[in-house]
Design a protein around this ligand. Structure first.
Ligand code: AMP
Length: 398
């Protein structure tokens, strides 16, 4: 049996999956993650698709992504000794202005992707470190890149541009949009399970530690709340979301903050954490129920409602609203707050269905279908690998 390993390397984490190829769709064998790479208390977890725990604990120091990947490979080799790894699929945050599809990776294309690191300095270098480590460990496997920006690359011009002098657009200063693998999964899932909605006007709210929304028509992205960087749009666990650029000038000129201090502030100390002063974790905020945590949740849901209105305007109304991501899939409070008072848009939530995390949480009379669909970015990567291997088996393996 041939298999594909999927890797999703963050700044201090490595998520992975093992999928079996051969059938009509890749089949999940196991998934897991290494967290806190390069920090004290590196934590690992992995379980099979049937829920059997393969790892859960602190295996000792892992100074870098290569050592984390080694741990993953030892685990997979020990648990599935018969496995032949034909391909490794990577989540890569940035593909630049031109890439709208997964790509097989070579040393040359990695160098080209390295040049995009200034566009995503906190993510791209770690993604590529994961690719290099995987190339060294699986020299005979095809390495495949799947880009978070690719799903959004056909936005109308007005949604791709900032009102800056045009030379900056030509230099790549554009609204890229991210979370593309998650949106692709939702789009494919709707195509399979609700083709009429897929053909219509859909807003997807990917609400996790990172959060964004995507407006789709006919399953294709026409707008995203995220722009040039993964900071724009909704407030997130530790990221600020949309900000008046004048605030940056003030921070530099009056507060004397350097570029790296501003980066640290906007990426790591803002959002739900900054507003609550307590945590970036929605479960902690819901439990704490203090003035500050209530305000942090209020700002989060207020901005989602605001963007929902804006997206409905560009779509000319909506047929479905889909919640996904850790918060979207689990927080009935957030979904309730987002949907309440949205009757004018045709949204009517069923409180019992919402409390039960049902797939459809709107009433039968609601004009807009409100849905909860768990995302699966790893499966999107595995599908891309399977398609690429099937389409060009000889070249891809060369
Ligand atoms: P993600 O980045 O998609 O893994 O999502 C992480 C976020 O989902 C964190 O803010 C978690 O607190 C949140 N989350 C996970 N489970 C729940 C839950 N049962 N209720 C509320 N928030 C949750």
């Amino acid at each position: 049996m041939t298999h594909v390993v999927t890797l999703n390397a963050g700044s201090s984490s490595l998520k992975f999956g093992l999928f079996e190829l051969g059938g009509s769709d890749p089949v999940t064998v196991c998934t897991g993650a290494v967290d806190r790479i390069g920090e004290p208390g590196t934590f690992v977890k992995a379980r099979t698709v049937d829920g059997e725990v393969l790892a859960n604990g602190t295996p000792g120091a892992m100074p870098d992504h290569a050592s984390a990947l080694d741990w993953v490979l030892v685990l997979l080799g020990r648990t599935y000794p018969e496995c032949e790894i034909t391909a490794v699929g990577h989540r890569i945050v940035h593909g630049g202005p031109d890439i709208d599809t997964p790509l097989p990776l070579t040393a040359m294309s990695i160098t080209a992707l390295d040049k995009l690191s200034p566009f995503a300095p906190l993510h791209q270098p770690h993604n590529l470190a994961g690719v290099r480590a995987a190339m060294a460990r699986f020299p005979n496997a095809v390495q495949i890149a799947c880009f978070d920006t690719a799903f959004h690359r056909h936005h109308p011009w007005e949604n791709d541009v900032f009102a800056l002098p045009r030379e900056y657009y030509d230099k790549g200063v554009r609204r890229y949009g991210f979370h593309g693998l998650s949106y692709e999964y939702i789009s494919d899932h709707l195509a399979e399970t609700a083709p009429l909605l897929h053909a219509g006007r859909v807003v997807v709210a990917h609400l996790g530690n990172g959060a964004s929304m995507c407006a789709m028509i006919g399953g294709r992205s026409v707008g995203s709340t995220m722009g040039f960087s993964a900071l724009d749009g909704l407030p997130m666990g530790t990221r600020c979301g949309q900000l008046d650029p004048g605030v940056l000038l003030y921070l530099m000129e009056q507060e004397g903050l350097s570029a790296s201090e501003i980066s640290d502030l906007l990426f790591k100390r803002s959002g739900l954490l900054g507003l609550s002063g307590l945590s970036n974790d929605m479960r902690t905020l819901e439990r704490a129920d203090t003035r500050e945590t209530r305000q942090a949740i209020s700002y989060f849901t207020f901005r989602i409602r605001r963007e929902l209105g804006a997206m409905s305007a560009i779509l000319g109304g909506i047929d479905a609203l889909v919640f996904t991501g850790g918060i979207g899939e689990n927080s009935r409070l957030v979904r309730d707050r987002v949907c309440s008072g949205m009757g004018w848009l045709g949204i009517e939530l069923d409180p019992d269905a919402n409390a039960d995390n049902d797939r459809i949480i709107s009433t039968n009379l609601s004009r807009v279908s409100v849905m909860v669909i768990p995302t699966n970015e790893e499966l999107v990567i595995a599908r891309a690998a399977a398609d690429l291997l099937a389409a060009q088996p000889n070249e891809a393996r060369a």
